[in-house]
Design a protein around this ligand. Sequence first.
Ligand code: SF4
Length: 884
Amino acid sequence: MAASDTPILLLNAPLVANRLGYPDLSGLDLLELFAFVHPARFCTPTPKGLAHALGLPEAKSDDCVPQLLQQAAGVLLGSCADPAWPERAGAWSTLQSLARLRWPWAQVLAHHVAKPEKAEKWLFSTLPEWEVSPERPQPAQVLIGEEEIAAQLSRLTGEGAEQREGQRDYARDVGGIFAPRGQKGKPHLLLAQAGTGIGKTLGYLAPTSLWSGAAQGTVWVSTFTKNLQRQLRRESRRAWPERRSDGSPPVVVRKGRENYLCLLNLEDALQGGFAGRPAVLAQLVARWAAYSQDGDMIGGDLPGWLGTLFRKRGIAALTDQRGECIYAGCPHYRKCFIERAARDSAQADLVIANHALVMINAARSGTRDPAQRPTRIIFDEGHHVFEAADSTFAAALTGQECIELRRWLMGPERNSRGRRRGLAARLSDVASYDDAAGIAVADAIAAAEALPGDGWLQRLNDGESFGPIEALLGAVRAATYARDESGGQELGYGIETEVAGLDGPIVQIAGEAQEALAAIRQPLLRLAVRLESILQDPPDWLDGQGRARIEGARHSLAWRIDLIAAWEALLSRLGGPADPEFVDWLAVDRSEAREYDVGIHRRWLDPMKPFARTVLEPAHGVMLTSATLTDRGAEGAEWDSAIARSGALHIDVAPSLGSAISPFDYASNAEVLIVTDIRKGDIPALSGAYARLIEAAGGGVLGLFTAIRRLRAVHGRIADRLAREGLPLFAQHVDPIDTGTLVDIFRDDPLASLLGTDALRDGVDVPGNSLRCVVMEQVPWPKPNILHRARRAAAKETPGGGKAFDDRIIRAKLAQACGRLIRSRDDRGHFVVLSSAFPSRLLTAFPPGTPIIRLGLEEALQRVAAGVHPAADTALHPAAPADE
Ligand code: SF4
């Protein structure tokens, strides 16, 4: 009632509303003010985080927070009046627009932001243009010596830093991948197990920086998590300056285009494309764009919380999600963040990217764009390469994918906002000057009418599908519901079924859908051929802009043609004999019983096969490294599965193997507690155990779940109780905050605990006191889906068979989760698994020497409350695995 009467001062309104159980709450949110006053600056969205960001003393207790919020507002408003305010440029103009949008802070700020004497420039004219650079010559063939590497490592770690033997050997091994390649198609391949704490980042940056300097070549370091990308960007500063003398950046973070702000979309949004709250977001994003380092909206310098203050869709609509870019036809092309990142990376010494992007670049650049092809690659978090290859080389003919293709071809649906940017708009000049190209574009667009359009899911539900592809999806949906026996239907989960044994009618419908897809692909092929010949033999009307536009369209055209061809191949096998290389299935994707996609899926049985062909074969040197690259069975580190999962066998290369053991003293600093008296499926008992463990540890608990449903159930039962005790509990899938920000909050508050699922299992790097205990709700058994069953069956031929295959997966998950606990030499803590049946053969997942104790909850609580001390009574609890 108070909030609806008077605008009140708040911090993170959506979170406060969520905590109070209201659907919506508005007021004067200090985070919005912060985003206006200090765009592109980091701030953890908590009272403590805000105090740190503004240089204020922390609130001593919750009671003091209201006063802190008032002080913070005062400091922020005071900054605007300060002549030295670094982010003054553009503020007054943006404020005028925000006032018209009735942003609550606008009235307050009006008294503090002075009108500039000269009219301010519009954002789009202030952003710098990227330079056109000549192509970099191919890298020189150089050899880097062991001593050079050791000296570079000492330089990077700093004078006086402790010399770490493991790190030195590791850096020397990495140097080997940069040696000149002896045979085409056979890169130097290194698999390097690097225990936590050996200093692997600097270990590989040392030889990388030496080689890139001497050879004038680019090294790609690929990660799976954004967190590691941030860390790499920081650490790379030791080896490279921010800018070279010519102003170009030697280190570039490169992400998929859907991560970056599209200036054309922003311009649309600012000029009426967005209304209400999203329009306020667009103004704050425009403020940020003027100060951003690289325009990266997801995990870059745009605060992760900004999108959630305004609902996430707003951010997504400002990126280039659907490949609608019009390249040189765009008025902002020369300032475009995406184009800048692509150009900078071709000239960079170090490109920091993610696994999927490296694989896509390797697959798409080919001979067409060698400057973008990664040839020296370090896959950090290398245990995720298999998973990344699995999704990168997958094919899925689903309703959502079809909608994307339809929009790319035809532009957004008629009744949606924004400009129409279908294929015809992107190639309007070509289509009007060149008859053959014009006809091809028109034919493709006409054929695209056969693709599902908006409202397709509802039509499927009503049995009123429109066109051959919707008809196919309708049949897929019906077959999946008819055959599914997983129990997922009742629980609201997604359901799936194999493609085997489909009846005649569905095979016939698939044939018709295949023809409809071919009718789209054929004119696109004609168009691609036409564009090639226009580029080779340029007509008079083709100016520089037109050429660049065709270049851009050519790439996106090529991969759409490949995509449709893959769909046709998928359909052609329905009803026929199964291809042993692939696993195909039908699925209805659902979340909380709501359907959101329907389709046919295809995965490689072994995705390292296409990986080896597209990534390894053209490369000169590749390393996969991780703390959990190898499995640890009864006999110690087992390399066979790591080698198989590197793709080496498919190109007939024997990889070099390296192993550096963690210097951390797990025996003294960690304890694994297996709590045996919580029954599986007993949610009240599970919730009680979590609450009591969090109380015993006094917060600082990371709780890991294998199912969102259980996570929510546990959170719902214990969050209030813990909050009353001053132990805040945050949760993925519950709190309206992005995962990165949740981890920032958790890191910042030693009393806080965090619940989450897979993304937290190995994306969290919280050294120090904030993380004292990791609790897993159960043994992380693999999900028994069709894909897993097929791979498990294929593993029958390997030593240990399907059981060993499952065990490897579980041990890897346990090792990753346990790896969250000890991140620095002084970290201590407990790893707790709530499992009444924890097989002994899985215990080797934990670092050698770690005490492992099976016990009841009460005893576990005592141990957690007592903490782990250096002189722990390990003699009583030997390091060897306890009995089952
Ligand atoms: S060039 Fe493409 S991605 Fe860049 S701003 Fe223009 S339309 Fe957006």
